[in-house]
Design a protein around this ligand. Structure first.
Ligand code: FE2
Length: 546
């Protein structure tokens, strides 16, 4: 099926009266949701035709008119941006308060209505002013997932790989007296084994968490579906263990949040099979509102209970309030326990693991743990990389939150200190790819070392476009010092997949999720840096080639 193409009509003189009908129709499509993007494209195509008909006949416009139009466009865009900001800050705050029981339902509904109205007006003004440019969807409201079952019923189930052949099952019960037990087996309803773990709780102001259970099951066979039940009371769930060898399919997504865009991303991820999900930080966007951690856990459970979700922390996980004594990452560490002890790390904020029988080694770094010379994290990273035998492990991947290379206007320079402290270690270890998040857009660089293209350095990919409520980082800097190293940039929501085919070849694809189809927007084949050839990525395709 051919991929939809971006609308990029030629610049023609505007006629505001003539375009009004088509613009209003396109705006209505934007507000209607669902098939809005494609509908909008169709109406925008109609808009282009109208523009062509009302032009001055020779397709030209004089300089005075151009200046006038540019000035009007600028003014309209300025007002639209103000409306946009007002809708997304104040109304979201009101909706959150209502959803968390700190405001009235009526106030929440009013906030939602105002937000839709303001965004509709903003979209209309954007369309009027920038009819010849692609119009992106605004940030989306939260999707809050309720728990309507008894307090002892397990919820927020997610799994993570532990060691060579074990899996940690994590879940929450509002009832703190329920057992931390997982029963499991290879056939439905026939549990041939069980394991017992523990649970933790935490407090944050007036919020008291439920019991957060962690149970490690195994040994498990590779590439095998297991049926399991948590706490002797939950629904039966299924998981599939990763393969013991290549090929291996990894999903990578950052800055996920819990909006309609998140739901769209999750639907696209779930639409095609994979072995494991890697998340380089910024999960729930709870931002101190602890019930949002619970809502996020319920939102991702259908996927996170079926395949291992391996995560590292972002800035939105910190939630530190030093004045009142709240240490950073309390909720994150309690809820998303990762296999740091098994990889010799003293902190849940950085760790590593093998997958596919050791064919790939994944290092999860902590952008918000100390990383300088002499720090625990740096010493651990040196030890961890020294233990990787590239003859046995042809693929070496690193994930972290704040990108080291970034030409987007957002978060400029925030990863620079960590890059300066650790880049040489990754380069000497011949890391194949470094994934990061934080910037809400997609960007792929060539192989780099120390700000120069280098075929023996990692490929850098920013994939912070999961769909959170802060919206997209729209502006890429064409005159940035790293611009010549940046191969592909786009500010759209989506997710990525790394399919490691064999010991030497892998293919990375980026899937933009605001199309009706699971469209591959960017694709690149890469060769393992453990390969004797040590060559740069072979071929890449993107844009309308795909
Ligand atoms: Fe972030």
């Amino acid at each position: 099926m051919p991929a939809p193409t971006y609308l990029s009509p030629p610049s023609l003189p505007l006629h505001h009266t003539a375009i009004a009908t088509a613009t209003a129709t396109a705006s209505a499509s934007l507000l209607s949701g669902g098939r809005s993007r494609r509908s909008c494209r169709r109406h925008m195509s109609g808009l282009v035709l109208l523009k062509a008909k009302v032009g001055d006949g020779d397709g030209h416009v004089d300089g005075g008119d151009e200046l006038l139009l540019a000035s009007r466009r600028h003014a309209v865009l300025g007002v639209a941006r103000v409306l946009f900001a007002a809708a997304n800050e104040r109304c979201l705050r009101g909706m959150d308060r209502a959803a968390l029981g700190r405001g009235s339902f009526f106030a929440g509904a009013m906030a939602n209505s105002w937000r839709v109205l303001m965004q509709g007006l903003a979209s209309l003004m954007f369309l009027c002013a920038r009819a010849d440019e692609y119009v992106r969807q605004p940030p989306s409201p939260l999707v809050l997932t309720a728990h309507d079952k008894p307090a002892a019923h397990p919820q927020q189930v997610h799994i993570s790989t532990v060691g060579r052949d074990k899996m940690r099952i994590s879940w929450v019960t509002d009832d703190r007296s329920t057992p931390s037990v997982v029963e499991y087996g290879e056939s439905r309803g026939n549990y041939t084994a069980s394991a017992t773990g523990d649970h933790v709780t935490y407090k944050y102001f007036f919020y008291e968490s439920g019991a957060i259970h962690h149970v490690t099951i195994g040994p498990l066979a590779p590439s095998t579906t297991y049926h399991y039940r948590c706490g002797k009371a939950g629904d039966e769930l299924t998981l599939r263990t990763p393969p013991a060898s290549l090929p291996l399919e990894l999903v990578v997504i950052g800055d996920l949040g819990q909006t309609r865009w998140t739901a769209s991303t999750l639907a696209h991820i779930g639409g095609a099979d994979y072995d494991m999900l890697l998340l380089p930080g910024d999960l729930s966007y709870a931002d101190t509102q602890q019930p949002l951690w619970d809502s996020f856990g319920r939102l991702v459970q259908p996927l996170a209970s079926a395949r291992p979700w391996m995560v590292t922390e972002g800035n939105h996980e910190a939630e530190a309030l030093p004045v009142v004594g709240f240490a950073p990452f309390v909720a994150y560490n309690a809820r998303w326990r990762m296999p740091h002890e098994e990889s010799g790390s003293a902190s849940n904020l950085y760790y590593s693991f093998d997958v596919a029988g050791g064919a790939a080694h994944v290092v999860m770094l902590g952008s918000y743990a100390e990383f300088e010379e002499g720090s625990e994290q740096r010493a651990w990273l040196e030890r961890d990389l020294a233990g990787v035998d590239r003859r046995r492990t042809p693929w070496l991947l690193v994930l972290l939150h704040a990108p080291w290379y970034n030409t987007n206007q957002a978060h400029q320079g925030e990863g620079e200190a960590m890059r300066a402290a650790m880049e040489a270690l990754l380069y000497e270890a011949r890391v194949d790819v470094v994934f990061s998040g934080h910037v809400h857009a997609y960007e792929r660089f060539t192989r780099i070392y120390d700000n120069e293209a280098d075929g023996r350095g990692p490929m850098y990919i920013t994939i912070g476009d999961g769909g959170n409520r802060e919206g997209l980082a729209l502006k890429f800097l064409e005159d940035h010092k790293s611009a010549h190293l940046s191969v592909f940039q786009e500010a759209s929501f989506g997710h990525g997949r790394l399919r490691i085919v064999d010991e030497t070849s892998a293919v990375w694809t980026w899937h933009r999720n605001d199309d009706e189809y699971a469209t591959v927007r960017d694709e690149v084949w890469l060769e393992s840096l453990a390969s004797p050839k040590l060559s740069m990525a072979a071929t890449s395709r993107h844009d309308e080639e795909l």
